[in-house]
Design a protein around this ligand. Sequence first.
Ligand code: SAM
Length: 211
Amino acid sequence: MDVGAGLAQIAIELAAQGHTLVINDISANMLEKAKASAAQIDEDLNITWYVCPYQELPEKLGTENSEKFDLIMCHALLEWLAEPAAVMDFFDQQLADNGALSLCFYNPASFDYRNLIMGNFNLLDNTEYKADNKKSLTPNHPVAKEEVESWLAAHHYQTIRTSGLRVFHDYAPLKRGGHNDPEAVIRMELRYSQLEPYKWLGRYLHILATR
Ligand SMILES: C[S@@+](CC[C@H](N)C(=O)[O-])C[C@H]1O[C@@H](n2cnc3c(N)ncnc32)[C@H](O)[C@@H]1O
């Protein structure tokens, strides 16, 4: 299952590999686009689409539906939710025993670090976090890694792997030297995504966990 799937690129790829998918997003517009790209791969992919807030999914999936999910992907959704911690109860309810939770979320530390580099010190003097402008993609409800980790521990998940996403690329003001070579950037991103302390500076953090 992919919740808050957006264009659902990863979920569609998994369906193309033969997996059965539930794909959800609150936005009909996003899922229309996702459906169109799924249809381009194969008209018969095994995907059930649900346009609704994820909070309505348990009811739509049916209370009698005892089948749980082997994998739940929740990527870049947390930070847009008014009550992000509530998603943990949803995972508990829907994830099969020994299933995998793929949780990716915006890293609030990246906001500070980027604004330090860019010299936007005024944005760092606010006592309360605020996205830098209304049109930006900076989310309004970011959650610190320590808080997400404390939820996972309280809900008895074990972390399999943690990674940083876009550990250095987004901080580079000038695209020069190695930055001119996209493949080299990806190679270095993948290497440093797994290395302390760099991974904790990623624009997004990814936690793969099981229960
Ligand atoms: C930043 S996008 C992430 C999309 C995709 N998961 C990805 O990683 O590219 C956040 C998505 O969450 C969706 N969303 C926001 N609130 C939601 C909710 N309560 N239930 C389901 N989807 C929601 C938005 O419509 C949007 O497509």
